[in-house]
Design a binder for this molecule. Sequence first.
Ligand SMILES: [Zn+2]
Length: 380
Amino acid sequence: MKHSFLVLLTFIFSLSAFAGNNNDLFGVKTIVIDAGHGGHDGGCQGSQSQEKHVALSIALKLGKYIEDNFKDVKVIYTRTTDVYLKLWERAAIANKANADLFICVHANANDNKKALGTETYVMGLHKSEANLNVAKRENSSILLEEDYKTQYSDFDPNSPESYIVLTLRQNAFLDQSLSFASKIQEQFTEKVGRKNRGVKQAGFLVLHQTNMPSVLIETGFLTNLEEEKFLISNIGQDYMASAVFRAFRDYKLEIEEKTRVENVVEDVKEEEEIKEVIKEEVVDKKEKNKKKENEVGIVFKVQIATSSIKKELTPANFNGVENVALYEAGGLYRYTVGNERNITDANRLQLQLKEKGFTDAFIVAFKDGERISLSEAISQ
Ligand SMILES: [Zn+2]
């Protein structure tokens, strides 16, 4: 009897958690698709193609797939025609829209005409010269911007040192970006039969200022005759766009599912304990008022667990971690650590907590005690 009561209770909690997903804090609701290059920036060249056209065709097809299949997702394009945009303008569009995901579509080139395959980049320090070279080529678009020295604080696309400072801001989204990137590569390889060159990291200027998970897709080599033929064909572009669409679908599901049942602690509680929780609520409210002072303004915390039934905030319940705090959202109890004033400190704390076994720990943001999106917090 007790058991069925709990099942019912969990069911109700799950339902309300699901309803909470309509809140854009807890889902993938706005995405920005960025077709690389455009206008007088043609990108790389094939024997009969220009990167800017290939990128735009695939980007538009991808957007259409998402619009047709997800009525709850708003798709924003940085460009829908052959126009020139500066790299910083592309990131600014995504930040302004408070997007949940930023997808840049490009095509590759190499002096070695035999090079072929797809690679998906996330922001990070390059591990090989080849990755750096791709970033350098894509970043060289800024040389077409008359004021690039002021816009990118003297960034020199050809100097390796310039790349080290780029990666910081995107660190907070690295896990999500990597997850999406690997889904894209998997789809390209398994469903479209492209050669998998892997998920890679390098310093792309277009990614370094975005406040959300971001990837840059190199859909293939225009300098490879076979691959160029595929990438400029209508069917080839359809295949590539649908592959990214499926990766997006799986990523969205993963993020929203994760938010709903993140680390759900499957504690079997007795009814007595649930009554106990109700008593605690009263004490909790008093505590809350006390805490208010250090919650004024923007605060970053690291979320380590979620449960449908309230857990006591003792270190024993959280692998020995002290000062765990609690907030409620979407019908679930969410446990956090820290009260950091900037994202760098929150990143550091997240790493420490991962080392303590909370491998899925992620950063959440609050403004005056109310949960807000991470991108909103970072942009303030
Ligand atoms: Zn490009």
